[in-house]
Design a protein around this ligand. Sequence first.
Ligand SMILES: [Zn+2]
Length: 166
Amino acid sequence: MLLLNATYEPLTALTVRRAVVLLVCDKADVVHEGDDLARVRSVDLAVEVPSVIRLRTYVRVPYRARIPMTRAALMHRDGFRCAYCGGRAETIDHVIPRSRGGTHSWENCVACCAPCNHRKADKMLSELGWTLRTTLVPPTGPHWRLLASTKELDPTWLQYLGEGAA
Ligand SMILES: [Zn+2]
């Protein structure tokens, strides 16, 4: 379940239980009904499970906090394309190899296809004469936090996630 801020900015993915608590306590409203008929039952209550809800009160989010780098989020940043040849990316490559002190970070990791990953091995770009097609910057913005924390996105969320999410 997707939780939006009062301003419709995406905040996070929620468990059904947490979402129901927000709805029952009048802290949030349903924005997008669920597509299935799943219901949550507690002692005296049955609630249709929505797919998107929105907080009634604006919550300040510490946007400067660094987005954690996950495989899924890195693939999204690089558009699922190999940073070296532009082919379909399947793996993650460390631009400065870890064996040479490269870090596992947004600034040193790129999406990579299997052939390039194999050819690059533990070499430096200068040794291969390769260049990068992408800039190695950490992404910013609320939808990246969501991408980094969620494995599969509900398609009904996409219209709320803004540019760069899909
Ligand atoms: Zn490649």
